[in-house]
Design a protein around this ligand. Structure first.
Ligand code: ZN
Ligand code: ZN
Length: 214
């Protein structure tokens, strides 16, 4: 019950921001997670071992270390990884290149959060907060393509309104993108100029929708 409450509040907050609400939750949680993890667990042997086996964070999440406030934590964790990489490089294992044995800890956490919120959205339907969830969710631009695809993978009944909402969203994005392409043709400059700012920038919107995860 307490968890549900947290999910509700967090989803409502994310829905008030632009873009895919699940991307927003994950981005904010990942930042907090990296923050807490590096501060609290840098001296934790189990975490150090897991982090080392994963070869540190993936490319995407390791970029967040550049602006991290605790340089010492980054240095201690990174030294472990470099030590392993040097050992492998020195063996010149060209036929057997170094590969991490584990997965980026933030990516593991991301997967967990995705499942938690997608399940929450499905299960909220028909419950006491169902109408409120539906109302604030349908006021957003909805999920990005990767998150909607993940939702469909969940082996539960997906409420019809969620499916219709996204089908319409992607159809409309398709229509606006085609319009942008057509009006970009030679001789259609006047019509292009009449497009709204949003429609003129639809190429950014479609790229962001396909990518997700930011
Ligand atoms: Zn997303
Ligand atoms: Zn990662």
């Amino acid at each position: 019950m307490v968890d549900k409450h947290i999910n509700f509040i967090e989803l409502e907050k994310a829905c008030a921001k632009p873009g895919c609400p699940l991307c927003t939750i994950i981005r904010e949680r990942a930042e907090r997670y990296i923050d807490g993890m590096l501060f609290e667990h840098v001296s934790d042997r189990v975490f150090r071992k897991e982090f080392r086996e994963a070869g540190g964070f993936c490319f995407f999440h390791s970029q967040k270390l550049d602006s991290f406030r605790d340089g010492l934590a980054v240095a201690i964790l990174s030294r472990d990884i470099l030590e392993d990489r040097i050992a492998a490089l020195n063996k010149r294992q060209l036929r057997k290149p170094w590969k991490p044995k584990g997965t980026c800890p933030v990516c593991v956490e991301r997967k967990r959060i995705e499942k938690e919120y997608l399940t929450f959205l499905i299960q909220a339907d028909g419950g006491e907060n169902g109408n409120a969830v539906r109302e604030f969710f349908t006021a957003t631009e909805g999920f990005c393509v990767p998150h909607y695809a993940k939702l469909l993978e969940i082996p539960k009944f997906i409420p019809k309104w969620i499916v219709t909402f996204h089908e319409n969203k992607f159809e409309e994005l398709m229509r606006r993108t085609s319009q942008f392409i057509e009006l970009s043709a030679y001789g259609r400059g006047a019509e292009f100029a009449r497009l709204s700012e949003k429609d003129k920038l639809v190429w950014k919107e479609i790229a962001r929708n396909l990518r997700g995860g930011d």
